[in-house]
Design a protein around this ligand. Sequence first.
Ligand code: TZP
Ligand code: MG
Length: 213
Amino acid sequence: MKNFDLSLYLVTDRLLSLGRPLEYVVEEAVKGGVTMVQLREKDCSSKEFYRQAITIKACLKPYNIPLIINDRLDIALACEAEGLHIGQYDLPYEVARKILGKNKIIGLSVENVQDVLEANKLDIDYIGISPVFSTPTKTDTAKELGLTGVREISLLSKHPSVGIGGINNSNARDIIQAGADGIAVVSAIMSAADPRLAASQLSDIVHQSKLKV
Ligand code: TZP
Ligand code: MG
């Protein structure tokens, strides 16, 4: 059964973890309230990506938090992740679904209204609205969508949505109020001095904002 909660979605970047082991930051973040984790590691070998995936999978298991692999279908299969996240330039959704089967979670990044209309035709599990704000964490993004974009896209989308890009304590509430089901963050947790505290603050903001939506 697919069971997931997009409320606070941590996307990893080992290069932003201030030298701390990825599994340490991830586990602290989960203890703080992260509901979903995406392993997104660039510039590393397949062997290293696989090793990280196995380590993070084991770390999430006791907490029942789904592990989603960014882009690499082979790694998602190899580590028996709960799902895969694909972007507009990755493997087509149909190919991923055919290989992963109907019980896995597949998320798709959308960068504009046209992408959402196309996504509505697919049996994906969620969309990532990308990027909401510009961010130093990923510079090759499409144009920032802003809160107006989040509002428009979440209204149009037939799938649940999560905003990503430049999200932190000061704007997390706006993203939920604009209609997203959750927030996805990299640096706000990966680079926090105390990742557990950072996650718990973001989690509180998301849950309080949902009560008011
Ligand atoms: N996709 C769109 S923006 C982004 C990704 C992976 C990076 C978001 O990083 P941060 O640090 O939360 O702004
Ligand atoms: Mg990608």
